[in-house]
Design a protein around this ligand. Structure first.
Ligand SMILES: Nc1ncnc2c1ncn2[C@@H]1O[C@H](COP(=O)(O)OP(=O)(O)OP(=O)(O)O)[C@@H](O)[C@H]1O
Length: 618
């Protein structure tokens, strides 16, 4: 029978995965934490199991038939042994009986081998589908929901909990089925051989089965806690690794190591509890068989000496008792593995139950079924009010602004005024609580999300450069881009000197966090990436860090040039950026305070004049 180690693992079913999704908005809510041990009911657990297994049921069914068949053939072996012994006792030719026994053994072994392989392969497929489904689901979570998750914990669920799905197929479903068939079959065969000895055996096994039943809930709790601790460990480690520079600079290696240690120790403690109860359950089951064997030997011996049964019959019966050992032990394991798989499925469904953003498969860029014209898009905020989840003060409060197609619009304002939040709403990372945003005259909520985002280029403040080559980074959102396209955007974003530094090789590697690039280069790589999508609206959250004069001039030139052919909206932190803006919107406390050109605002708005006198940088 297939075996799988009791380790951690978890994901969503195709069904769950496909049906999730509905709203973009604040489908916030972190996945439940550890204490949700009483999360999935038994019924929900089985429904989730079914979802994982259903796509592979044919292969699993064939495997189950082969394994059960192998077991049934095994059940006939003691009878064949009895025949061989009887033939010996009667001085008959044993060859035919011996041949039958050998054939039984070989065919049973063949069926076992093929069945086992098919089963393990199906289990791997279940794990694969689970991982793919979970990852797709995570990537489609809305921003609000994602912000509340610990990435390390999600990693643990995707890598660890998913691997436990294997157990649903191997240890749980098929082992339970074959175990039950084998036990019933063995009991029937025992009844045929000797009913009295059967009753003795069943009595002993039931008594110890009760003990195992009491242990199972403890195993479940420990399994869930162990898997949660692994998730916490992942989250703690991820936190430290993502701020590695700060960890080093703060000399916090030991502090972080202790944090990870604590989570690892929790996982260890729960693992030990799991091992303890697992071994008690396994030993109890093994003990039940041994005791049954000895009792049958005693009672059977007495029945042989009284002449009630023959030695050959007792031998056959004892073989059946030994036969009972495997299914009884595997049913005990089923209990243990079932609890671990149940915990994993629970942790997976905590993620897959989070609603995802709506997905639409159409590729055309349309609004309301009509093809949208290429070129710069207009934008309008109409009385927008929005409060971030967990906050009481709105980030935007009755914010209204019309931005015509084309040109450069700059958002300025004190830190926390709501500038970045306004950009997030345009991308529909969140939806406003009140009011609406019009993109090319159409409410954002009526746009197909994928198409909407395809028309918008978004360059975040600390735009990441991903591990890989310059080509990987640029063509990330436009895989079909040619070398010519890439060189063109590099020229537009004044990045040709960077290409030269890389030996003119678009495929030369740039390191993980783009640390070989300057801050200005990183931001321009991000702009180049956004430009390859030919956006109708470019959103640029300017970096607050100081750039050197060369980088600053390059960035300004790029923005000015872009604003001639597309709508550019910049959250500006530099006076040099806003000076050339067609319009500047001054935000304060989530509302529009003033709008105008640099000269107009310097003259009319005290706050702007003050910000400008400090070069704007927040
Ligand atoms: N993800 C979030 N969750 C909760 N509150 C948030 C979140 N993002 C922003 N806020 C809050 O919303 C308000 C507006 O923040 P926002 O980042 O939009 O301001 P900003 O004008 O861009 O500031 P800055 O110039 O410092 O970047 C602030 O009070 C901020 O703390």
């Amino acid at each position: 029978m297939a075996s799988t180690s009791l380790s951690a693992g978890a994901p969503p079913t195709e069904t769950e995965e496909g049906t999730a999704a509905v709203t973009v908005p604040d489908a916030e809510g972190a996945v439940a934490d550890g204490a949700a041990a009483d999360g999935l009911s038994l019924r929900e657990t089985f429904t989730a199991f079914r979802g994982h297994v259903r796509p592979h049921w044919r292969e699993i069914a064939v495997a189950a038939v082969l394994l059960v068949g192998s077991g049934v053939l095994g059940l006939l072996q003691p009878l064949a042994v009895e025949d061989v012994l009887t033939a010996y006792g009667q001085g008959r030719d044993v060859a035919p009986d011996l041949l039958r026994l050998v054939a039984l053994v070989l065919v049973a072994a063949g069926a076992l081998a093929v069945g086992d392989f098919l089963l393990l392969r199906a289990a791997e497929r279940v794990v694969l589908a689970g991982r793919q489904g979970l990852v797709r689901h995570i990537l489609r979570l809305p921003m609000g929901a994602m912000r509340r998750q610990a990435p390390g914990d999600l990693l643990a669920r995707a890598a660890g909990d998913t691997s436990l799905l294997r157990q649903i197929v191997t240890q749980t479903l098929v082992q339970a089925l074959t175990g039950l068939v084998m036990i019933i079959g063995t009991l029937v065969m025992m009844a045929i051989v000797d009913v009295e000895l059967l009753l003795v055996t069943v009595g002993v096994v039931l008594l110890l089965g009760f003990v195992v039943g009491v242990i199972m809930p403890r195993i479940r709790r420990a399994a869930l806690s162990a898997q949660q601790s692994v998730g916490e460990m992942g989250a703690t480690l991820e936190r430290a690794l993502s701020a590695f520079t700060t960890v080093k600079a703060s000399g916090a290696e030991d502090v972080e190591a202790r944090r990870v240690d604590a989570a690892a120790r929790d996982a260890y403690d729960e693992g030990v509890v799991l091992a303890r109860w697992g071994s008690v359950a396994g030993t109890t089951a093994g003990l039940a068989i041994q005791i049954a064997f000895l009792v049958v030997l005693g009672v059977g011996g007495a029945r042989v000496s009284s002449g009630a049964i023959s030695v050959a019959t007792l031998t056959a019966f004892l073989l059946y008792v030994l036969y009972l050992a495997q299914p009884v032990m595997s049913l005990t394991n089923v209990g243990t593995y079932f609890q671990a798989a149940r915990a994993a499925v629970q942790r997976l469904s905590e993620v897959t139950r989070l609603p995802t953003e709506p997905v639409d498969s159409t590729d055309s860029f349309t609004y309301g079924g009509k093809a949208s014209p290429p070129g710069a898009a207009s934008l309008a905020f109409e009385n927008i009010t929005f409060t971030h989840s967990g906050r009481t003060t709105p980030a935007l409060n009755g914010f209204s602004l019309d931005i015509p197609a084309g040109g450069l619009t700059a958002f300025v304002g004190p830190s926390g005024a709501g500038k970045t939040t306004a950009l997030s709403l345009i991308e529909r990372f969140y939806d406003p609580d009140l009011g609406r945003i019009l993109f090319d005259g159409g409410d954002l909520r009526d746009w197909n999300l994928r198409e909407l985002r395809a028309g918008i280029g978004y360059v975040e403040q600390d735009a990441p450069v991903m591990a890989g080559s310059l080509r990987d980074n640029l063509a990330y959102a436009a895989p079909a881009a040619t070398d010519e396209d890439l060189c063109h955007v590099l020229a537009v974003t004044r990045l040709l000197p960077l290409l030269e530094r890389l030996g003119g090789d678009l495929d030369a590697a740039i390191d993980h966090h783009g640390t070989s690039l300057s801050g200005g280069e990183r931001q321009r790589v991000a702009i180049a990436r956004a430009l390859l999508r030919r956006p109708r609206l470019l959103l640029l959250d300017e970096a607050t860090s100081q750039l050197d004069a060369v980088n600053e001039a390059a960035l300004r030139e790029v923005i000015e040039e872009l604003s001639r052919r597309t709508t550019v909206l910049v959250v500006a932190h530099r006076l040099s950026t806003v000076r050339s803006a067609d319009r500047i919107a001054v935000l304060q406390d989530g509302a529009l305070r003033a709008v105008g050109t640099h000269t107009e605002l310097l003259r009319d708005d005290i706050l702007y004049a003050e910000l400008a006198s400090h070069q704007l940088l927040g």
